[in-house]
Each structure stands twice: as structure tokens, then as C-alpha cells.
Design a protein around this ligand. Structure first.
Ligand SMILES: [Zn+2]
Length: 420
């Protein structure tokens, strides 16, 4: 029975609802083995790519140029952080794609590095890897350019989402979000040059109305990397006081961001555009999912796709998804943080969620090798959970098959209107 559900899942196509495929990284033709580690979650074991409030940084270490691959450069990942799922997942993916028997050692790294460089030099290699992973469609959050038309950049099986962080930090032309994006620079590309706070609010409407022209299918709120997720009821006088200041007070910044996020969620609801939101980890003192409950509650017409099982607060998130029926769950990344917790949480999600439309999956990766590995892992873990459910007599093989098809593909296609 467990072979049967695993085989079924192995053959399903995937609509991947979240990647960070960026043209300058993912489509780069000069990629080596070290880059795959640096520009992946394995890289996060060495350097967290976002600063805490107490820290500063010169630039995003993931986007920095990588040097040539050496054993000395690989060893910190493999020998110091070799127990991390991030590292295990990438090693498995790279060795499956390029041979070398499932291990990466001092004895075979040069052969693997040569294979990575040779394959990335071939046009069409990235597409081939996605095909081998069974991925039919990709929705990417290309945060280095929130206005990216991914269909133009990557091909017609891609869409992008619009990351809204810069707009929630756009009180001054010089203000930037943690990705160094400026709202004013982005709006200038749409022909908007807001001179007042009211101009700025009007420009937000134009921003949302122009999504489809760039094949963008959702808004993405990744503000958990910039601030806390307590998006309170808009306080317009305080938000207006932030406008035009280089350095507004913390309360004015928060009010500005609260109002912009609230406005964007309302505009999205009116246009039936989904809103993805990062929950959990990040600036961890403020990323608890219940902080975002007020926002979800104020916008019952807005469809929220809440991400990462809000790790480590998956039970709180599942309870929210039971109470608020405008919540869907993107399981992305939670399986890479902890496969063991993912399985436990997926069991509970299956039992608790009000209907079968709520779960979707993504890779959340920069290079296709990691995407390939993550989707292999996702298929295996989902298959194991469904096999356990069948073995327990919770439901039958037909139920498990139906649910697997929905999690991997059908829910995402319907949620994002991809067949329209
Ligand atoms: Zn992500």
C-alpha cells in the first residue's frame, strides 16, 4: 500500500508555489559547486542573509560572487554543518543529478564541481532539471526585482509575485527594505512620482492594477525580515507623520507600514489577488502567526497564503486556518527546517483543516539543484504521511491519492487561477 501511494505521488506533476529563482542567479551560466552551497539554505548555516535589529551588514551574502570551489571552502558546510537538513538535502540533490553515489567527499568534490560547471554551461539545463523534478509551473519571488516579469525572464511556465516590503518602508525616497529595494525607484518604473502621501496611496492602487501586465499572480509580504508582524488597525495621522522623513520614529515607521499593508490587502481582496505572507523565524521576536491575525480578520475577502507552517508555531497557524476561512497554507520551507516536524504537522493539518483545498507546496530555493532536491524530499515525506494515514485506517488509498494530487498541483492551480 505504501509503495502504491509513493508511486502515485512520484508520477504527479507539481505546481511549485514558491521559489526564489532570480535571473542573475538561477539563469547564470557560470555556476560552480561552491555557489550551490553558498546560494542555498546550506549557505544559511554559515551566514544568516538578513541582519537582526542589533546588526548591520555590507550586502546580501547570498548574492555575493562566489570564488572557485576548493575543499577548504566546502568543508565548513560538510564537516561543521553536515547534520543540517539544508546540507543533507543539497548533497542528495547534487549527487543524484551529477552521479557520485550519494556522497560528497574530499575524494570526489572535483568531479562534482566539473559536472556542475559543465552542465550549467549548456542552454536548457535548468529547464531539464525542473522537468526531472516533475515541476510543471513555478511561481517565483524574485526579490532582487519585485517588478520582474518572470514569464519574460524564464519562460512561459513561470509567474512571479510582487514583494511588497519596499512599499511598507517607502516613507522617503531614500528609504529601503532589507533587500535594498526602494519603493520610489520601483514606482518610477510605473511612471509614478508621488509628491505627497496621498499620491503615494494612489500609486499603490496603480501598482496592484498593473500586476497582470507583468504576469504577477500575487502580492508577497516578507516583512517578517524587516519588522514585526503586528499589522495593527491603520493609524493614519501617525503614518502621515512618517511621510517625507529620512528617519521617522519607530512608532511612525510602524504606522506607515501598517497602513500600507492594510491598504494593499484591501486592494488585493477587491481584485481577488492572493497575498502570500512569510510567518515564523526571520526576526523571530515578532514573527508569531497570531501577530498577523488582526490583518487576516480585517480582510475576510482577501485570500491569504500563509507560509512555512509558521515554524515553530505550526499548531497556532493550523488553528488560525481552522478559524479564519480566508487562510491557505504553503508548506514550503517547513520540510527543509525539520522533516520530522513537517510530518507531524502534516498529519495534524490533514486532520484539522476544514477542506482539502488548503495545502500547497513550493521549493523556496535559488538554484534548480536545490529545487530538485526539495521536491524529491516533499514527495517522499508527503507519501510517508499518507501511507501512515492509510495504514492507521484513517482513510483509504483513493482518499490519499486525491489529496496528494491536490497538495502537489490542483490546489495551487485553482488558488492562483493558473488555468484561466
Ligand atoms: Zn522564500
Amino acid at each position: 500500500m505504501s509503495d502504491s501511494i509513493q508511486q502515485h505521488i512520484g508520477a504527479l506533476g507539481i505546481v511549485d508555489v514558491h521559489e526564489h529563482h532570480l535571473p542573475e542567479i538561477t539563469s547564470c551560466r557560470q555556476v560552480n559547486l561552491l555557489q550551490l552551497f553558498q546560494q542555498s539554505y546550506a549557505g544559511w548555516t554559515q551566514a544568516r542573509p538578513y541582519p537582526l535589529p542589533s546588526e548591520s551588514r555590507a550586502g546580501d551574502p547570498m548574492l555575493a560572487a562566489a570564488g572557485p570551489t576548493t575543499w577548504e571552502a566546502l568543508a565548513p558546510y560538510l564537516e561543521n554543518s553536515g547534520s543540517s537538513t539544508f546540507v543533507r538535502n543539497l548533497v542528495r540533490g547534487v549527487t543524484e543529478l551529477y552521479g557520485q553515489g550519494g556522497v560528497l567527499t574530499r575524494g570526489n568534490w572535483e568531479a562534482l564541481d566539473a559536472a556542475v560547471r559543465e552542465h550549467h554551461g549548456r542552454p536548457g539545463w535548468c529547464g531539464e532539471v525542473l522537468r526531472r523534478a516533475g515541476i510543471e509551473r513555478v511561481i517565483t519571488d524574485s526579490y532582487s526585482d519585485p517588478l520582474l516579469d518572470a514569464l519574460e525572464a524564464f519562460g512561459n511556465n513561470y509567474n512571479s509575485v510582487l514583494r511588497i516590503n519596499a512599499f511598507a518602508c517607502g516613507w522617503h525616497p531614500e528609504s529601503r527594505d532589507h533587500n535594498e529595494n526602494s519603493a520610489h525607484a520601483l514606482l518610477a518604473r510605473l511612471g509614478c512620482k508621488p509628491e505627497s502621501f496621498d499620491d503615494y496611496l494612489a500609486a499603490l492602487e496603480k501598482l496592484v492594477d498593473s500586476l497582470a501586465s507583468r504576469h504577477q499572480v500575487a502580492l508577497k509580504n516578507a516583512l517578517a525580515y524587516d519588522r514585526d508582524l503586528s499589522f495593527d488597525e491603520p493609524d493614519e495621522p501617525s503614518a502621515r507623520r512618517a511621510w517625507g522623513q529620512v528617519s521617522p520614529s519607530p512608532a511612525e515607521r510602524k504606522a506607515f507600514g501598517d497602513l500600507v499593508v492594510d491598504r494593499l490587502c484591501r486592494l488585493a481582496g477587491e481584485r481577488d489577488v492572493p497575498v502570500q505572507m512569510h510567518l515564523g523565524t526571520a526576526l523571530i521576536r515578532g514573527s508569531h502567526p497570531l501577530n498577523a491575525a488582526g490583518l487576516v480578520e480585517r480582510h475576510p475577502r482577501t485570500r491569504f497564503l500563509l507560509m512555512h507552517l509558521a515554524y515553530p508555531w505550526s499548531r497556532e497557524l493550523l488553528a488560525m486556518a481552522f478559524v479564519y476561512r480566508n487562510i491557505w497554507l504553503d508548506l514550503t520551507w517547513s520540510l527543509l527546517l525539520s522533516p520530522s516536524h513537517f510530518k507531524l504537522a502534516l498529519h495534524e493539518a490533514i486532520e484539522l483543516l476544514p477542506d482539502e483545498s488548503r495545502l500547497m507546496i513550493g521549493g523556496d530555493n535559488w538554484h534548480v539543484e536545490e529545487t530538485y532536491a526539495t521536491m524529491r524530499l516533499a514527495r517522499r515525506l508527503i507519501g510517508e504521511v499518507l501511507a501512515e494515514k492509510i495504514a492507521d485506517g484513517y482513510f483509504g488509498l483513493d482518499d490519499a491519492r486525491r489529496l496528494a494530487g491536490k497538495i502537489l498541483k490542483e490546489n495551487a492551480a485553482a488558488f492562483f487561477g493558473l488555468s484561466r
